[in-house]
Design a protein around this ligand. Structure first.
Ligand code: ADP
Length: 442
């Protein structure tokens, strides 16, 4: 207690004593000593009650920045209470500020975050958790996380409390999405769940596994054939020459298949990794298509299709020549392969409004609509045996797709089984190059 407040208390005590001494003196004088003392005690008690009422009123309407001026010891009480209240107010402000910072920080988290108690009831969650997991907090109280993520695997994971490794589960709202749940236990058995969308990662991982499996399978088949024939070789002297020739021919076909597959794989990875800019060089597409036309005629010797090439001789595009050659030849050779003998195949390279358009139309096998959506996937073949016979690796359309994406274009496929197919693509007017539009032959 300070000297100042000690003084105030002493003065107060002195005033009270003085009141009683004065009352006693008056009481002796009027011969009513006890009455006067009781009167003074009553007045002092009334005054204290009034002061208490004032304090109560002040406390219940405490919004003011100051406290009432009071010279008595009550003034000291006001001052101390006011100081305590101010301290509390500053603490509350700091707390509210920390809460605001924490809230905005948690909203900025890239993960959906949910805090649950030991009974797995939601105590708090961020906005992402409401969106991604559908957590209806704070609307619903006592909501359990196991009512939102209902999978048995998740429930067992929570109960086992082995949180060293995260768990991957499909989203409770959208089974197409894959989420990784990471659980961090903290204070009083509470748990913090950090939920991250790993759909893309899982897809990439699946693609990688499928890719390795497919490549291994594609390479193993011709190798098995070659090995089979090689095992026969020690006895080659005893075998009829016709059989030996057949074996050598088959081994050559199979090794060419492997070579073809590896070349296409390399081509695909080159396109994927390519940093070449498509708008630097002009590709003489008519020249390129005339070369492919010659190759197509050679390929067509056995099948006797009618091949029509309708090429605008001036129409060029900005792009990468090797890539475009690969895309166009894949589409044209596919038409030859997948059209029964004596079919009709039309190749067009024309200007459509301001955009260069390439198309290959055949009246061949056609493709079912369920396959059209998957046909550009790596190694996807409608009829595996048929495609192998043509030497196809199942990578051709995948290469076409990548090349066109690299050239800001896309492959359009319209096809009907037994009627034929039409593969086409258009190049942006910005990539279309026409030195003299009047000379463009139609
Ligand atoms: P492949 O090397 O097997 O030809 P592609 O990726 O070029 O692989 O083609 C994938 C599949 O699409 C083929 O196996 C074939 O079934 C189908 N396909 C491609 N082009 C045609 C076409 N013009 N007509 C019918 N089917 C086609």
């Amino acid at each position: 207690m300070s000297d100042n407040s000690q003084g105030t208390w002493l003065i107060n005590l002195f005033v009270v004593l003085l009141c009683f001494v004065a009352a006693g003196a008056v009481g002796v004088y009027v011969d009513e000593f006890w009455l006067c003392i009781a009167l003074v005690a009553l007045i002092l008690l009334g005054l204290q009650c009034w002061q208490m009422l004032a304090l109560h009123t002040w406390l219940s309407h405490y919004k003011k920045l100051s406290y009432p001026h009071n010279v008595s010891a009550w003034g000291l009480l006001y001052k101390d209470i006011y100081a305590e209240l101010q301290k509390g107010r500053t603490k509350r402000k700091q707390l509210a500020e920390s809460l605001r910072t924490f809230k905005s920080g948690s909203e900025a988290l890239p993960d959906a975050t949910v805090v649950v108690n030991q009974h797995h009831e939601v105590l708090w969650c961020n906005r992402l958790a409401r969106i991604e997991l559908g957590v209806t907090w704070p609307e619903k109280t006592g909501l359990k996380i196991t009512d939102i993520v209902r999978s048995n695997e998740f429930i067992e994971y929570l109960l086992a409390r082995q949180f060293n490794t995260p768990i991957e589960l499909p989203s409770p709202n959208n089974p197409q999405k894959m989420f990784e749940f990471r659980v961090v236990p903290f204070q009083d058995n509470n748990l913090m769940l950090l939920v991250r969308d790993v759909t893309r990662l899982t897809q990439i991982e699946k693609m990688r596994k499928d890719f390795v499996a497919n490549v291994s399978h594609e390479l193993r088949t011709p190798l098995t054939v070659i090995n089979g024939y090689l095992e026969m070789l020690p006895d080659a002297a005893e075998l009829p020459p016709l059989m030996v020739n057949k074996a050598i021919g088959e081994m050559r076909t199979q090794s060419l298949r492997m070579q073809n597959l590896i070349e296409e794989l390399l081509q695909l990875s080159r396109i994927e990794a390519s940093t070449e800019r498509v708008f630097d060089k002009v590709v003489d597409v008519p020249q390129l298509l005339w070369q492919i036309q010659k190759e197509a005629q050679t390929l067509n010797r056995e099948k006797h299709h009618k091949l029509f090439f309708d090429i605008a001789p001036q129409l060029k595009v900005y792009g990468i020549e090797t890539e475009l050659r690969s895309a166009f030849s894949n589409l044209i050779f596919n038409a030859i392969h997948y059209t029964p003998d004596k079919g009709v195949i039309e190749v067009k390279w024309q200007l459509n409004k301001d955009a260069a358009r390439f198309s290959v139309k055949d009246n061949g096998d056609g493709i079912a609509s369920k396959d059209i959506t998957r046909i550009t996937e790596r190694f996807y073949r409608v009829d595996k045996a048929r495609s192998r016979k043509t030497g196809g690796s199942g990578l051709g359309l995948s290469i076409v797709k990548h090349v066109l994406t690299h050239h800001n274009s896309s492959l359009k496929i319209s096809s009907a089984v037994g009627v034929g197919s039409d593969f086409s693509c258009e190049f942006l007017p910005e990539l279309t190059y026409l030195p003299d539009s009047h000379n463009t032959a139609q």
